[in-house]
Ligand binder design. Structure first.
Ligand SMILES: [Zn+2]
Length: 174
C-alpha cells in the first residue's frame, strides 16, 4: 500500500504534496519531523518516498533534491517545546524554498492543517510571534491548503504496528 501511494501520479503539485503529508501523518513517528519532495513526472506530479530526520526539529531532504523537484513537504512535531512555532514555516524552511525556487508544504501536528508557502506568491516573515519574555520574532505562515484528521492515541499505536510489519515484509523481499 505504501508503494502504491508513492507511485501515484497527481494532476497538481498540491494534490501530490497533500497526499505525501497524509501519508506522513499516518506512518511517521510523530516525535520526529518527516517529509519528502514532489517531482514533475510525465503526466503530472508524484510524491517521493518519506524520510524521517530521527530528530524533533528539521528534516534534511537534500538527498531528494534534483532538477525535477518542484516542491517539498514536511511535518512539524507538536511538543511543549515548539507549540508556539509548529504552525509556521521556520526561517530555514522559508529560505530553502526561496533559494531553490520550490513550493513548501508543511503539516503541523499541533493544529493538523497543511500550509503552503510559495516564495513567488506568499510573503515571508509575515506573522508576528510574541513571547512572554517580550521577545518578538517574525515567521512565515503561508496559507492553509488542506488538513489531516488528528489520530487518536490508539490509532497511532495501531499504525505503528502495521508499519513495522510492512517493514519486515519489505526487508524479507529484498
Ligand atoms: Zn519546518
Amino acid at each position: 500500500m505504501v508503494n502504491l501511494l508513492t507511485l501515484a501520479v497527481f494532476a497538481t503539485i498540491d494534490e501530490a504534496a497533500i497526499s505525501g503529508l497524509k501519508h506522513a501523518a499516518a506512518i511517521c513517528d510523530p516525535q520526529y519531523e518527516c517529509g519528502g519532495v514532489v517531482r514533475a513526472v510525465p503526466g503530472g506530479f508524484e510524491a517521493s518516498a518519506l524520510i524521517s530526520s530521527k530528530r524533533p526539529f528539521g528534516v534534511d531532504l537534500a538527498e531528494f533534491y534534483g532538477p525535477e523537484v518542484v516542491a517539498d513537504f514536511h511535518t512539524h512535531v507538536c511538543s511543549i517545546h515548539n507549540q508556539a512555532f509548529a504552525d509556521f514555516f521556520s526561517m530555514s524552511d522559508a529560505i530553502v524554498n526561496q533559494e531553490l525556487h520550490t513550493v513548501g508544504y508543511m503539516l503541523s501536528l499541533c493544529d493538523w492543517n497543511i500550509r503552503r508557502y510559495d516564495p513567488s506568491q506568499d510573503d515571508r516573515d509575515d506573522e508576528e510571534v510574541d513571547f512572554r519574555s517580550g521577545r518578538v520574532i517574525y515567521l512565515t505562515c503561508g496559507h492553509i491548503v488542506g488538513w489531516v484528521p488528528p489520530l487518536p492515541e490508539e490509532e497511532v499505536a495501531l499504525e505503528l504496528t502495521v508499519v513495522r510489519r510492512r517493514n519486515r515484509l519489505t526487508t524479507h523481499s529484498t
